[in-house]
Design a protein around this ligand. Sequence first.
Ligand code: IPE
Ligand code: IPE
Ligand code: MG
Ligand code: MG
Length: 304
Amino acid sequence: MKIDEYKKYSDGYKEQIDAELKKIIGELNYSADFKEVLEYALFPGGKRLRPILMLEWHNMFAPADYYALRFACGLEILHAYSLIHDDMPCMDNDDYRRGKPTVHKKYGEGMALLAGDALMDLAYRILSMPTPALEVGPFCMFKDMCGDGGLIHGQYCDLYGKIDNVEDLLEMYRHKTGALIKLACIGGFALGNNLDYKKCKAFLEGQSTDETAAADISDDRLLLNYTLASGFGEAFGAAFQLYDDISEYINGDRITSTSIMNYVDLDEAKKMLNTMLNDAADTLEALRGDTAFLRELLNRFIII
Ligand code: IPE
Ligand code: IPE
Ligand code: MG
Ligand code: MG
């Protein structure tokens, strides 16, 4: 895919995501001044990477769909909550994000704490919404990826965990950043293939002997594709945090104690990043479907 084509395609996704996010916030019953804080955290957005991944993994297998868009926005809202709290003085203590003052700098700490809480609550409500075909949304897959199996545990390890070596660090990355990205991919894939989230999760984790669950994903091709979506998300998720750390270093920004740049030199870090991106690209090789957009997306994260 050519770069201008990629840009047009991802801008199209961003427009849909932005319009739906505006609608979602508009529908809330909070007071106008609090809604302004929520909007401040969500607009203008960043890369909208997680919802774009979810939509792309869905749309590779099914026509565009309202529920996919709604769930994708739920993911972005969850991401926005995590950033508000991440920037607060008790965590990373950052004054700027996306080139403007962080939420607590602009509105104060109490407001930032509540805005993060409100967005987390909203995200969980959206992600547990039923669809005409499914009794429950991806929340049941997502909740451990946001809590003890993912983001919050990862943030705990980042701030309070014992990180002795690169392996510990990568494990922390997989939780704090990778889990949500991985779930964007498999969540989109599952919805696009009409897989029941609950059964799918239980079956793939080997906890279910329910025959109807097995029947849902017994098709070998489907199972292989699921594994590929998961492998792509896992490799790209960790690569993405490496990219973030290396970019901060190259741009001369403040390096946190849990940046990869405290563990290896620049050449080694770039090598690790590019290996992970190649691993993600390799999973696409085996996938049947149009992977041109995802390949171009991976190219955007190569650092030479
Ligand atoms: C920033 O995520 C936090 C990390 C997990 C590295 P993004 O780089 O996706 O943030 P935005 O939404 O594009 O600003
Ligand atoms: C943020 O990680 C990850 C989450 C909010 C879950 P970082 O603290 O490394 O990201 P930036 O540099 O603030 O965007
Ligand atoms: Mg942090
Ligand atoms: Mg931070």
